[in-house]
Write a protein that binds this ligand. Structure first.
Ligand SMILES: [Zn+2]
Length: 560
């Protein structure tokens, strides 16, 4: 059923306002959840240009309506500050949309069938790429298998001439067929690189799975894949704004990508605000970083003031660096993927050029070592007090390290949806005690004065903030059970982690994160009040309008 819920009209009301006070857009008759403690709730908002000029009652806002003002009647629906995705891979979202999507596949055999179809349609020798598979989401363990992972022969048989590369949902493992391995020159004799592993059968032969840094051995084959960056930007933009995201914190892009972002921001063709962490090696950073601190020259559509690093891998692939071995792989404690001395060098560069440092840390050892580096570098610079360095994921913490976030002023950049999507196998990896004390420990972190920014790590997960919000406040998994529900956030806290606290984590709380006069008019209208409806109805909430800088960039009914 298609119902037009909203009366959109140009209203001619002569009011006593001075011409300067005439709004371009007003939102009336809503429940405006401002996230501003000075006026937590209101009925209406007035916007001029890209800025909010007034928030108040309908009567107060009528005064801002002029001849050219667009007025939207919200019909009682809630408006919230635009969602800020705190950790995603912007180009990765576009890129994933150009590959086979293996995310919801329930067995290795289904994946084989999908690849076989793609091989039929591919040119000879063309690289076939897929992403999003996860062995823990399959209904059956593949046969044969090594460590629960498939062996390449079934894939190699259906694609003898086309290289196939299938990336794990976490991004921390890659699966290749024989052709891809042959092209990359990988044999039984190829040694494991530092910080990674070529998974092997009992005879020492590569099985097709490459963990962590070993994925780099396939880079010559991956280079055959060169999708157009502007197409990736456009696909990603359409996806994120349809889900109510007005600012996107990108967890690692190259200088080349940032050059394109900058051009598009300057041309005003970037459709969502980006806040980008630079991912480049230290020597390149040292040479060029000074030219890449971008804060306010591009209509506030592009900010660059952070550096991305990773200290370890992911839990699903046994790559997260743990203090004690894995419960289900007792010989392994994960990987330190970037040497600590190298990370310290990055930290010094960040300090010198006034960049935030954002280190990916998932295991409890990875988190402890990251905090140790931060603590050491901070103590060398007592004159700098407001640095807001971040730990990306902060996923599994030793209880002793939880208070250190608040004490050091380090931001925990966490993904609500990871908890409920990975929850079913976390206890298997870590055992009950570690999972209970430190897995996705939002409540403990908040109670110890940490600031949390939420997100999805898209394309690892769907970028939809409502799914991650729901996971954050319920910790309810697909099977209906709850993952240590005592660690839930309140709805207020969860919305903060997606708005004002996310803005804080980017030094943007003066411009974003609340519906406050003087701030950017980045606002989302929802079909249901996620702050008030029963838990299960949160998931029914849809984005009705996404407004960025006072412009309606997405309308739910427009394309129907
Ligand atoms: Zn990530």
């Amino acid at each position: 059923m298609k119902t037009l819920l909203f009366i959109i009209s140009v209203v001619f009301i002569m009011s006593g306002c001075a011409p300067d006070d005439t709004a371009d857009l007003v939102l009336l008759n809503g429940r405006i959840i401002t996230m501003d403690e000075h006026l937590p709730e209101a009925r209406a908002v007035a916007v001029k240009g890209d800025t909010i000029i007034a928030v108040g009652s309908n009567e107060e806002i009528y005064g801002y309506i002029g001849r050219r003002t667009r007025a939207i009647d919200l019909g009682g629906q809630p408006a919230i500050p635009g969602f800020i995705e705190g950790h995603g891979h912007f180009l990765g979202i576009g890129n994933a949309m150009m590959q086979l999507n293996l995310m919801d596949m329930r067995s290795w055999n289904v994946i084989i069938t999908m690849v076989a179809d793609a091989v039929q349609k591919a040119d000879p020798g063309e690289l076939i790429r897929g992403r999003g598979w996860h062995q823990e989401k399959w209904d059956e363990i593949p046969e044969p298998n090594v460590q629960g992972l498939p062996v390449h022969h079934s894939l190699s048989e259906i694609s003898p001439d086309n290289p196939v590369i299938l990336t794990h949902a976490s991004g921390h493992m890659t699966f290749a067929n024989a052709k891809a391995m042959e092209m990359a020159g990988i044999t039984k004799e190829t040694p494991d690189p530092r910080g990674g592993e070529i998974v092997r059968d009992t005879g020492g032969n590569p099985t097709g799975a490459f963990r962590q840094t070993a994925q780099g051995l396939l880079s010559s084959v991956l280079e055959l894949w060169d999708p157009d960056i502007n197409e990736q930007i456009d696909l990603a933009t359409r996806e994120v704004i349809s889900k109510g995201i007005t600012s996107f914190q990108d967890a690692g892009s190259s200088f080349d990508a940032i050059d394109v972002f900058r051009e598009r921001a300057e041309d005003e063709t970037l459709g969502v605000r980006l806040w980008v962490m630079i991912r480049e090696p230290n020597d390149k950073l040292a040479d060029r970083i000074a030219g890449y601190r971008i804060t306010d020259e591009t209509n506030e559509f592009l900010t660059v003031r952070a550096i991305k690093r990773a200290i370890d891998g992911a839990l699903g692939t046994h790559g997260a660096w743990l203090l004690e071995p894995y419960a289900d792989l007792p010989d392994a404690s994960g990987f330190n993927t970037t040497p600590l001395e190298y990370l310290e060098e990055t930290a010094r560069l960040a300090m010198e050029y006034d960049f935030q440092l954002c280190i990916h840390a998932i295991g409890d050892r990875g988190n402890r070592e990251t905090l140790n580096i931060y603590e050491r570098i901070f103590s060398e610079h007592p004159e700098k007090t407001d640095l807001r360095w971040r730990v990306e994921h902060a996923q599994h913490l030793h209880p002793d390290d939880i208070p250190r976030f608040g004490e050091l002023g380090v931001i925990a950049s966490m993904q609500g949806i990871h908890c409920t999507s990975d929850g079913p196998w976390v206890v298997q990896r870590l055992g009950d005690r570690r999972a209970r004390e430190g897995a996705y420990a939002w409540r403990s972190l908040l109670d110890n004065d940490a600031v949390i920014v939420n997100g999805t790590d898209a394309p690892v997960e769907d970028v939809n903030p409502i799914l991650s919000f729901y996971a954050s406040v319920t910790r309810r998994m697909d099977d209906g059970s709850y993952f240590y529900p005592e660690q839930r956030m309140s709805r207020e806290e969860a919305l903060r982690s997606y708005t004002i606290d996310a803005a804080y984590a980017a030094f943007e709380e003066d411009r974003k994160g609340s519906i406050t006069p003087g701030k950017l008019a980045d606002i989302v209208i929802l079909s249901k009040d996620i702050m008030a409806v029963p838990d299960e109805e949160i998931l029914d909430a849809e984005v009705v309008y996404t407004i960025i800088g006072g412009k309606v960039v997405y309308e739910r009914y427009r394309e129907q």
